[in-house]
Design a protein. Sequence first.
Length: 219
Amino acid sequence: MGINKEKYQQINEELRLSKITLVAVSKTKPIDDILELYNLGHRDFGENYVQELVEKAEELPKDIRWHFIGHLQSNKVKLITSFIYLLHGIDSLKLLKEIDKQAEKNKRVIDCLLQVHIAQEETKFGFDEAELLSLELKQFANVRIKGLMGMASLTDDTNKIRIEFKSLKTLFEKLKTQNPELTTLSMGMSADYKIAIEEGSNMVRIGSLLFGERNYESK
Ligand SMILES: *Cc1c(COP(=O)(O)O)cnc(C)c1O
């Protein structure tokens, strides 16, 4: 229990110098651990499960910027639209439509990242390159697409991970030529964030390095 304060300060310093945003992934971790990091000045936290996020957001300070990084189901969008700061894992047009609808009800414009399928594994969610390049990003009045998010394969093969991140960065740049307002490339987790940064990430999502190992894995 408790956070790894030294690791946090080390990573934070590393990222601050290169203006990379650190999203502290607090899924499954208790309120007290989040508060510990909050009291060190941290404000960006990431969660994967809607119910858990809603409960934590109610209890914790209102100036926390909550990132939803899990797989979001359309029927749960309405539970977080009033307060969510950034949605990372958008993987379908249907989901975008629902976010737009709920955002409008809340009189908000919600920032989103489109998830790209970069890993070789079949199980990962996300758009592929052709779908992305043909998507009209500005078709929803209450959704602002800020960039892309991706997850590399779970493997020890760092070369494979690097190739996957490189392909996401290339796609991001390609998309930016049509949509210069895009700013954010969310890639990199505890095990691979250094490679992600070398390949051009400007937002990393780090959990276990800061909070310790989790008891249950992401669903
Ligand atoms: C859990 C999770 C993370 C953080 O993983 P760690 O390996 O603990 O750093 C990052 N991104 C997503 C999408 C996750 O589900």
